[in-house]
Ligand binder design. Structure first.
Ligand code: MN
Length: 130
């Protein structure tokens, strides 16, 4: 079972993503701000982290850099899920060190397959943006 930590402050988005991921058999935990997200990553060591960029207390870039600075947590893939969808945002996000990028609003039909294609094992076999 894939264990996913979802860091997202928008309740409706959080509910929809949890619903979809659980429907496909993932175990999902949630955090509503960046600091709680880092705490949850430490206590749960998830297989994959989905992280919003605009978050209270610590934004997604700060969360990512803290995870990457931690010797235990640095190998966990972190995927940005964000409403930033302007030209160049994808490159900026991947260039910033995220392992992948899923634009919001999410597409319920394809969201889970997008996530699972980025989970730990698969990702390590095909690193880097395509
Ligand atoms: Mn947000």
């Amino acid at each position: 079972m894939t264990r996913i930590l979802l860091i997202e402050d928008h309740a409706a988005n959080q509910e929809l993503m949890v619903y979809l991921l659980e429907a496909f058999g993932c175990a999902v935990s949630t955090a509503g701000d960046g600091e709680k997200g880092i705490e949850a990553a430490r206590s749960e060591s998830p297989d994959l982290i989905l992280c919003d960029l605009q978050l209270p207390r610590k934004n997604g870039y700060a969360v990512l850099s803290e995870l990457r600075a931690d010797p235990v947590l640095r190998t966990i893939p972190v995927v940005a899920v964000t409403a930033f969808a302007m030209v160049g945002d994808r490159d900026r996000i991947l260039g910033g060190g995220f392992d992948g990028y899923i634009p919001k609003p999410i597409d319920p039909e394809t969201f889970v397959s997008q996530v699972l294609s980025l989970r730990a094992g698969n990702f390590r076999q095909s690193p880097g943006p395509r």
